[in-house]
Design a protein around this ligand. Structure first.
Ligand code: AMP
Ligand code: TRP
Length: 331
């Protein structure tokens, strides 16, 4: 059976980008078709300036939202990364497989490093080693597929390189995974700055739709989305990024194709209105279910406890095999 692994960082409130780019497919497709594991990767949230209480709160909220969006603990495994030691054990070995040159090339490291420096903060060493920990997340589970948004392609490529290199040097140990992306909305852009990704930790809240935003807030953000001064509704990501983003969001909500929306709308206003309503309807059940689940933290804890136990049992044999293969003396 195909094995799937993916993760989400508790660095901020989950966004429409997380939902359309990753979470929705985990719910609708992946958990039904594969042995799927989904993790709130909390150690990744420590790679940038953080507030301990906030990370703890956001980790619980992210887990609750995974359930609210429809991940079913009967069908898949849901857990918190730091509850399973195998991630840390394996990332040590992969740090001895990766080179500093290849991790320094990662776009996310360069962007986040620049942001931290611009804010007068130091760059944590863990920001540099982050993709190695991510590779450990994936390889520990022998994942065949990693369903992610487009921004994670480079990290999954590095994971593949590390798996191949380790296998060549020390004998076959790891499955070489591949990234999978949704057909549309694999990269949802910021509504106020459609040339940059809609990201959780972005400063401007106005361009980001959070999964828990009230319906009226969602409407306001989408109606105020930046578009160009043209009139015709046509799909062109390069020259009309704001418009294209709205069309992708609407197509993503409806399960259609953004190209097919060109010609359907006579004005930007009409497109925005339909996009806003489609997003509101998409998120309504998630918000409602989140409210119910948040009132029962005992249930969420139980799911996470069972998930961690299953995750450990899947990861341990592979990580133990990697310890032996690389030359460490068995205990
Ligand atoms: P993160 O919030 O960075 O932990 O991302 C969790 C998942 O959501 C990853 O698979 C990302 O690729 C995906 N994702 C995050 N932001 C976006 C976005 N703006 N558009 C599409 N996918 C996204
Ligand atoms: N780096 C991913 C992101 O920023 C989150 C992540 C961590 C992840 N470990 C993973 C995604 C393993 C997929 C598989 O979105």
């Amino acid at each position: 059976m195909t094995r799937i692994f993916s993760g989400i960082k508790p660095t901020g409130h989950l966004t429409l980008g997380n939902y359309l780019g990753a979470l929705r497919r985990w719910v609708e497709v992946d958990q039904h078709q594969a042995d799927a594991l989904f993790s709130v990767v909390d150690r990744h949230a420590l790679t940038v300036e953080h507030d301990p209480a906030r990370v703890r709160r956001l980790s619980r909220q992210a887990a609750t939202l995974l359930l609210a969006a429809g991940l079913d603990p009967e069908l898949c495994t849901i857990f918190v990364q730091s509850h399973v030691d195998e991630h840390a054990r394996l990332s040590c070995l992969l740090e001895c497989t990766a080179t500093d040159g290849e991790v320094r090339r990662m776009i996310q490291y360069r962007e986040k490093g620049t942001q931290a420096r611009a804010a007068g903060q130091s760059v944590r060493l863990s920001l540099l080693t982050y993709p190695v920990l991510m590779a450990a997340d994936i390889l520990a589970y022998g994942a065949d597929e990693v369903p992610v948004g487009e921004d994670q392609t480079q990290h999954v490529e590095l994971t593949r390189d590390l798996a191949v290199r380790f296998n060549q040097r020390y004998g076959h140990t790891f499955t070489v995974p591949r990234a999978t992306h949704p057909p549309v909305a694999a990269r949802v852009m910021d509504l106020q700055d459609p040339t940059s990704k809609m990201g959780k930790s972005h400063d401007s809240g106005a361009g980001i739709v959070c999964l828990l935003d009230e319906a009226d807030v969602v409407r306001k953000k989408i109606m105020r989305a930046v578009t160009d001064s043209g009139r015709e509704v046509e799909y062109d990501r390069a020259t009309r990024p704001g418009l294209a983003n709205l069309m992708e969001i609407l197509a993503g909500c409806q399960g259609g194709n953004p190209d097919d929306l060109a010609g359907v709308y006579e004005s930007y206003g009409a497109l925005k209105k339909d996009t806003a309503e489609a997003v509101v309807e998409l998120l309504r059940p998630v918000r409602e279910r989140h409210a119910e689940l948040a009132a029962d933290p005992g249930y969420v804890d139980k799911v996470l406890g069972q998930g961690a136990e299953r995750a450990r049992s899947v990861a341990r044999p592979t990580v133990d095999a990697a310890y032996r293969a690389i030359g460490l003396l068995p205990a």
